[in-house]
Design a protein around this ligand. Structure first.
Ligand SMILES: [Zn+2]
Length: 424
């Protein structure tokens, strides 16, 4: 294993900076909305029980274009190095969602062997494989070599690179314009937002469709999903801030769909060179405007609600400990790291974390240094309670853990209010 950039960051050699200009519009009219203290890079899992370097974590609101964004940012190369541990195919729900999305695109766009479908941040090919099975040529673009290799193995050609305007021009000259571009859960991860979107505009065919999925800042605020804030997530989007961003690059937000169960609430924006706005899209934009999402006031009480949630969670865990119960956690994802570290929960509170992803097992969560074990540890070590850090997959996890439940194990979710949930 080499001396990766994440390791350098852990040692504090490289650091970030306070964001003074909006990532979308460049305005300096940024106001702080939430301060979560100083936390480690959430995805930088540890190989040994050592301290992690920590960096300020919080979000600001742009009074000019309404984009919510990190108030302090680390360089992308520090965050997304080759150790980036997320492999999409480990979630059943995500694969089902992706297959349904491709099926609807195939039907609506009449795609065939002369078409081109591109996915930005294509990961292990979990989505594009569905186009391949339908005979539609694809190209994945992803900076992580590990997942890209997995994609190639299942027949999804993948360009290992960061997508932006230069890569878009190169892909267009080699493969032609894209009839479909899919960019799921990537827009928040890209530091140079305008380079990304100008790349979309350059690669997309005149009559093509770009679909972008991302959590909705409205759910972040209303469901107190503060654990979805981490250094890898530069931006937190509304339909309004996306519309402004796209318009700057000659693109139009034409449709909006909402998936309340996916990642705690996900929006899919459909975007094109031509303006063909649906009634549904108009309603989303009007709703955000009338509910104040484009004003600072909407975010004013968020910090107090987050602090209350963290207080209740610490009390809940302390009560369980006082009853002599052992608590384990499920889901060694970035949101778990933010939740545990910003709430001040550690090895005294939680015995270990389990995760299905074999690439994470044997490592430790950064900051709180909780060991990550296979899911089978729930049956071997018999903890009494399970805190679902991956609450976005709560029903999937509870359904899989019927044996844990059958011998008296209880499930808890941390947000919006820490509480016990029961199997359906
Ligand atoms: Zn702005």
């Amino acid at each position: 294993m080499g001396f990766g950039l994440a390791s350098v960051a852990r040692l504090g050699i490289m650091s970030g900076s306070v964001v003074s200009a909006c990532r979308s519009c460049g305005s300096d009219r940024l106001v702080e909305v939430l301060d979560l203290g100083s936390t480690p890079i959430a995805n930088a899992l540890l190989d040994a029980d050592i301290p992690s370097a920590t960096y300020p974590l919080g979000i600001s609101f742009c009074k000019e274009c309404a984009l919510v964004q990190l108030g302090y940012a680390l360089p992308a190369e520090v965050i997304f190095d080759s150790e980036y541990p997320y492999y999409s195919s480990f979630s059943d729900a995500l694969c089902t969602h992706a297959a349904a999305h491709v099926a609807s695109l195939l039907e609506e766009r009449s795609l065939d062997s002369s078409s081109l479908a591109v996915e930005v941040a294509s990961n292990d090919g979990y989505l594009l494989r569905n186009f391949v099975e339908a005979g539609v040529p694809v190209l994945g673009i992803d900076p992580s070599p590990g997942p890209a290799r997995s994609a190639e193995e299942i027949g999804v050609p993948t360009l290992v690179d960061f997508f932006g305007l230069n890569v878009a021009r190169r892909v267009r000259s080699e493969h032609g314009p894209a009839d479909v571009i899919v960019a799921n859960n990537v827009m928040a991860h890209v530091p140079d937002l305008n380079d990304l979107v100008s790349g979309f505009a350059a690669l997309l065919a005149d009559d093509g469709v770009l679909t972008v999925e991302n959590p909705w800042v409205r759910d972040l605020v209303e469901h107190v999903e503060f654990d979805t804030i981490y250094h890898e997530h530069f931006c937190y989007f509304s339909c309004s801030s996306v519309e402004t961003l796209m318009r700057r690059h000659g693109l139009h937000l034409n449709d909006v769909e909402y998936f309340p169960q996916l990642h705690g609430g996900t929006l899919r924006w459909s975007i094109g060179h031509r303006e063909e706005r649906t009634e549904r899209c108009r309603e989303f934009l009007a709703g955000e405007l009338s509910d104040g999402l484009t004003t600072h006031q909407y975010y004013a009480e968020f910090a107090d609600r987050v602090a209350a949630c963290q207080r209740q969670l610490r009390t809940l865990i302390a009560d369980l400990r006082d009853q002599g119960r052992t608590v384990a956690a499920y889901g060694a994802a970035a949101k778990g790291a933010t939740l545990l570290n910003s709430t001040g929960l550690g090895a005294d509170d939680i015995a270990f974390v389990v995760d299905r992803n074999v690439h994470k097992q044997g490592k430790l969560m950064p900051g709180c240094n909780l060991p990550i074990r296979p899911v089978e540890a729930l049956l071997d070590e018999k903890p009494d309670d399970l805190l679902l850090l991956a609450w976005n997959f709560a029903s999937e996890i509870v359904a899989q853990q019927s044996e844990f439940a059958a011998r008296g194990g209880r499930f808890y979710v941390p947000v919006p209010v820490p509480r016990e949930i029961t199997p359906e």
